[in-house]
Design a protein around this ligand. Sequence first.
Ligand SMILES: [Zn+2]
Length: 503
Amino acid sequence: MKNIILKIILLLATSLLANSQQEQSASDIKCGFNQTKYFDEVADYSNSHNKLQNQVLSINDSSECSQHFVIPVVFHVFVNNGENIVPLEQVQSGLDVLNRDMNGLNDDYDDVDPYFLNIRSKLNITFALATIDPEGNPTNGITYHPTNSGFGNHIGYDDTIRTYAWDNYKYMNVYIMLDLYGDGVTNQSGIAWYPNTYMSNNNLARIVYNYSYLGNKGSSFASENFQSVFTHEAGHWLNLAHTFQGGCEGDNDMVDDTPSTLVSAGCGPNTFSCGHPANGDNYMDYTDCYSMFTEGQVDRMLTALTTHPARFPLWQIENLKATGTFQYYKPTVPSSQFIVSEDTITEGESISFTDISCGEPNNWKWEFEGGIPASSNEKNPNVLYEIPGIYVASLIASNEEGSSKTTTMEITVKADINSSVSESNEGLDLFVYPNPTSDAVQIRNLQNFNNQFKLYDNLGNIILDGIISRNIPNINLEKLNSGVYFLRVFSSNQEYYTKIIKN
Ligand SMILES: [Zn+2]
């Protein structure tokens, strides 16, 4: 078990680059991903994540996250005036390829470059065609419309796109057309946008995709590898950048375990870029050997799913029921995770604990060492800490399928050096002298049994701890720096608390 701090960092524009495919027309273009229009909205996105940066996420290990995510999907088809070109079986085959790749069920999942074999990873996710539309009527998850083009542009089409969109907080919207940019070019494969609250609020979140490369049925003529370009676009939709973002320099793709690379460095072992092995198998490059995401990329997609306001609502159980996709959901044993408002506070302050466990728990067992209350069954409890110290908070989350492992987080409660209460006495009648002191203090009037003591610095860190009694009445402070310290002496249900000044 490990506690990690997830830092989610702003992603910016990426380049518009093409890649040729030997199996197909040499000019088929992989992805037109570009973020220029939504620059300021990307900033908004950054802000929402800066908040998260300030939160501490307690997590077992994201790879243990047992949550099965179901994403309701609608395809809006603007080809051949909606007639016959992109049938249901083709759309479903496109989702089948996506689901296969995202879940690591592709045949070549175990055949990646051995250098990257141990860091490949996968989600537990199902992209499913909606069976209930926004008005509550039955649907097969596809809407057909008069021929249209240009929805891949960043500007100029927003009002039209909004006209057709289904609620972005309930459905992933995919627009199928031939001419993505309305410029007469018909071999652009796809474009997608990062999670973005402005776009979702305005029903503009989307993947725009060319039916020629969708799945392996109907009118698709994509090679097996090129069908996975749809997986690449869904990667963007889940917050992944290109692995070649920034080239050999710069911020790269904000994922730690994807090596920097130039675009399309190649496939197979012994392919190098930027002076180290290239992960050409990665779905977020432009290559002919798509077969894996890395652990870091899966963590990033999980973070988008579980924390980004533009993605989190889609897979909630009530939304699956509303969109007719609940039948795809596989219940699992939860894995417990939580975040806190702060993990370092001053005595007398409270902490809000927020459950973000995977796997839809409906029962919570919290323990708060040093806190009030000391335990709770609420989903999101508030806990008061009155005594300085370092404490463990823990959570076990459960549902009908079983109980999670225990997840813990360390809470630091600092002493309040400005506190007007310089001494408190709850049952232990003590006298500490001399105070101020330059070397040691003596504890007088100790009852005739051992008492524990802890000495804190003004950051709440424990500097000394041990036992004092009539036989051992001294605490030696000789080696401590000058300053204010806090002494806490306690037995099972009594305690004494005072400031000590070391000269
Ligand atoms: Zn791309």
